[in-house]
Design a protein around this ligand. Structure first.
Ligand SMILES: [Zn+2]
Length: 210
């Protein structure tokens, strides 16, 4: 995979102190696997806050290929903040492009890079690449050895998140690297004052083919 634009890597980024989204505007994802739930009853903030509209794009993308059993992937775009010594990201949007995918693998179509970078450059804000998402249709949420290699190669910073969605089992979970080891990351869906509260069950599979 070619490297993403430097502007989005967050290399010389100053991490701002910022209060995380208010608890009344956040919820754990409705598709959390059962074994992820204990983490959410522990005290402490989330490592990632996934804006409702970005979450819907990820889920719709995964659902759009579910009948063919194909994986999808894309980038998570947002900001990195710190609060009381705890670093977290806010994912505001996602970006993707043409994909070469099977039921067990996915990569960006080499011809799709130009379109992808164009869409990244069009992002209204100077987003940082805070991670990536991909789907495991019917296989559950985990990081495969290929996924771990991708994470170590491209998303090795502490704030980087790998969001995995299984549109068949209806599961979504998030992971990160801590000292090179894969760890589950607590993430919450949040919405702002202009959006309705989050109703995860209302999104339906959409046909995106012509
Ligand atoms: Zn995977």
């Amino acid at each position: 995979m070619r490297r993403p634009p430097v502007i989005l890597e967050g290399k010389d980024m100053e991490i701002e102190e910022m209060q995380p989204p208010a608890p009344e505007r956040t919820l754990p994802h409705k598709w959390l696997p059962n074994d992820a739930k204990p983490l959410y009853s522990e005290p402490g903030g989330a490592g990632m806050y996934l804006f409702k509209s970005a979450e819907e794009k990820v889920r719709n993308h995964a659902l759009s290929r579910v009948e063919e059993g194909l994986e999808v992937m894309g980038f998570l775009l947002g900001e990195v903040f710190t609060h009381d010594g705890h670093e977290y990201t806010v994912v505001r949007d996602v970006a993707t492009t043409g994909l070469e995918s099977t039921s067990v693998s996915v990569r960006f179509d080499p011809d799709g890079f130009e379109a992808l970078f164009a869409s990244l450059e069009c992002a209204r804000f100077r987003y940082v690449l805070v991670g990536w998402y991909h789907s495991h249709p019917g296989h559950g949420c985990f990081l495969s050895s290929t996924d771990i290699a991708t994470q170590k190669g491209m998303f090795a910073r502490p704030y980087h998140t790998a969001l995995v969605v299984d549109p068949v089992r209806r599961e979504m979970d998030a992971f990160c690297l801590v000292d090179g080891e894969v760890r589950r990351r607590k993430f919450l869906v949040y919405w702002d004052e202009y959006q309705n509260p989050y109703y995860g069950e209302s999104v339906r599979s959409r046909k995106m083919r012509a």
